[in-house]
Design a protein around this ligand. Structure first.
Ligand SMILES: NC(=O)c1ccc[n+]([C@@H]2O[C@H](COP(=O)([O-])OP(=O)(O)OC[C@H]3O[C@@H](n4cnc5c(N)ncnc54)[C@H](O)[C@@H]3O)[C@@H](O)[C@H]2O)c1
Ligand SMILES: O=c1ccn([C@@H]2O[C@H](COP(=O)(O)OP(=O)(O)O[C@H]3O[C@H](CO)[C@H](O)[C@H](O)[C@H]3O)[C@@H](O)[C@H]2O)c(=O)[nH]1
Length: 331
């Protein structure tokens, strides 16, 4: 049986494709290459260029491949961009996911893994790491667009022969330990990516967005998870559903948070030199602090993270950034 990866040319999707191939799976990718890259998709995967809402293309993919599972990464991912363009985010993340889910139901695909996000919680009402039963109160259209897809999946799973796992990722960072993929988009806005690019001189400077949050040092706190550990959680979710496990929404994070300033200090330490930072206004849509309680994923998926080390995550991100610099200078 084959696994269809939507958004397999993107940051997390390209790692997932490698993880699936490493595990001996047959892999098919659909990606419209809006933020992803053809070269980022492992050559062993079969690639279809197009949109997840193109029902005709999905029918062709399902007729040409024995797909039993979909892992759905394709979407728009930048929180402040979603505040400026909510309808664009509801279109690409919610409306198009609805179309993809309808294609899955029509083709009788039994298993579906969805890239959800910590942003579904908004700013939690408790200081402890969040569990899945807390109220879901997204603070950005991005978070709402993802929560709506979780709701569609829940209702669809109740009505049809489809089992889903929604993995609520916390802040994904780092690169494939074997150096085959990493965060490659020059437009990426993620903290660790931006800090590594600044440390290496690819950017002149960077901003710290907000220093007056109700956190120990005034900057936002996040739970940074290594992209390779995250890909392994998806493999576990697939195995569990194939073995008859039911639908589930589970956090993927490590259970401890770092402030923006702590992350920048770690980048300075790993890189070995300082770089320019500007203290700027808060960025719209940012919750002050969010950290995962990963107990459910550990217990239900049997997921055991192996790369829980901020400096290790940063070292792999720096390595990938250097690789991109060599690749670009070679033309
Ligand atoms: N990066 C994070 O920290 C993070 C955290 C939580 C959740 N997520 C979720 O993980 C998923 C992947 O994120 P990423 O960081 O790899 O982003 P990314 O932008 O690198 O990858 C998204 C991929 O989807 C493709 N795509 C977008 N819309 C499409 C469409 N309509 N049809 C076909 N292809 C389309 C893009 O070309 C790209 O290759 C997203 O759904 C995102 O919301 C990411
Ligand atoms: O140049 C930068 C970039 C980010 N930040 C700050 O660093 C923190 C982390 O920001 P990121 O952009 O790296 O990540 P987000 O927390 O905004 O969002 C990420 O994780 C979320 C889940 O927590 C979502 O799923 C989303 O897709 C993904 O981009 C935020 O406080 C942000 O304001 C800066 O100070 N400077």
């Amino acid at each position: 049986m084959a696994v269809l990866v939507t958004g397999g040319g993107g940051y997390i999707g390209s790692h997932m494709v490698w993880a699936l191939l490493d595990a001996g799976e047959d892999v098919v990718v659909i990606d419209r290459l809006s933020t992803g890259f053809r070269w980022a998709i492992a050559p062993e995967a079969r690639f279809y260029e197009g949109d997840i809402a193109d029902a005709e293309l999905l029918r062709r993919i399902f007729s040409e491949n024995s797909v039993d599972s979909i892992i759905h990464f394709a979407g728009s991912i930048v929180v402040p961009e979603s505040v400026a363009d909510p309808l664009g985010y509801y279109e690409n993340n919610t409306v198009k996911s609805r179309s993809l889910i309808a294609s899955a139901v029509e083709a009788g695909i039994p298993h579906f893994v969805f890239s959800s996000t910590a942003a579904v919680y908004g700013t939690p009402s408790v200081l402890e790491p969040v569990t899945e039963d807390l109220p879901l109160r997204p603070e950005s259209p991005y978070g709402s667009s993802k929560l709506m897809t979780e709701i569609m999946l829940k209702d669809t799973a109740a009505a049809h022969d489809l089992t889903y796992t929604a993995l609520r990722y916390f802040n994904v960072a780092g690169a494939d330990p074997k150096g085959r993929s990493g965060q490659s988009s020059a437009l990426a806005t993620h903290l660790i990516k931006v800090a590594c690019a600044t440390a290496l001189g690819k950017r002149a400077s960077m901003n710290v967005f907000g220093t007056d949050y109700p956190t120990p040092d005034g900057t936002c706190v996040r739970d940074y998870i290594h992209v390779w550990d995250l890909a392994q959680a998806h493999l576990k979710a697939l195995q569990r559903m194939r073995a008859g496990g039911g639908s589930l929404a589970a956090n993927c994070g490590y259970g401890h948070g770092y402030s923006v300033l702590e992350v920048l200090d770690a980048v300075r330490k790993v890189h070995g030199s300082d770089f320019p930072v500007t203290f700027a206004e808060r960025r719209p849509g940012d919750p002050a602090m969010i950290v995962a309680n990963p107990g459910l994923a550990r217990q239900e998926l049997g997921w055991t993270p192996e790369l829980d080390d901020l400096e290790g995550i940063i070292a792999s991100a720096l390595d990938w950034e250097r690789h991109l610099m060599r690749k670009n200078s070679a033309g």
